[in-house]
Design a protein around this ligand. Structure first.
Ligand code: CU
Length: 177
């Protein structure tokens, strides 16, 4: 069944950018849009983090509050590459968690599962890549203090070309608003 290969990678390309084929070729030929999953899940809550790093505009960053007993936390962010050079989000670290992994959601049969994205996330020249519910996320493991609404979670994003940047992600409700 074809749906098992479906996953969403939200990439929108600016007018002057490379071809869409080039932008998608890096990761997986299986990246296709999935009916029933909507772009509006990518809407960031008010107060989400914004920062600029070289050609990269980083915006819409937030994490969700963790429910009691929830072992891991989830974070989301949007990265726009306004430059002429492809970049890559290679890793994320946080003083609030033992480790942060980059995950993608993927359908396995009728079940949505997540798995780690190996090798980082490509940020092609001219593209906007959104980590959002149902697509990709930062997964915080070994969280020291459960994320609480109203707080912030510091992260350091590391990019292949642009280097690293600190961002403070606001903690929104567990439902994401
Ligand atoms: Cu995950």
């Amino acid at each position: 069944m074809n749906r098992s290969h479906a996953a969403i990678l939200l990439i929108s390309l600016g007018a002057s950018s490379l071809s869409l084929g080039g932008a998608l070729a890096q990761d997986s030929g299986a990246m296709k849009s999935m009916p029933g999953m909507h772009m509006d899940t990518a809407t960031a809550p008010a107060g989400s983090a914004t920062v600029k790093l070289g050609d990269l505009d980083i915006s819409g960053g937030y994490v969700r509050a963790m429910l009691p007993g929830q072992p891991v936390g989830g974070g989301y962010i949007t990265i726009h590459n306004g430059g002429k050079t492809d970049d890559r989000l290679t890793s994320v670290t946080s003083s609030a968690a033992g480790k942060v992994e980059l995950h993608e959601m993927k359908m396995e049969g009728e079940i949505m599962k997540m798995r780690e994205i190996r090798g980082g996330i490509a940020i092609p020249a001219g593209a906007t890549v959104t980590l959002a519910p149902n697509t990709m996320h930062m997964m915080f493991k070994q969280v020291k203090t459960p994320f609480k609404q109203g707080g912030t979670v510091p992260v350091m994003l590391m990019f292949d070309k642009s280097g690293m940047v600190d961002v403070n992600l606001p903690v929104v409700s567990a439902k994401g608003n």
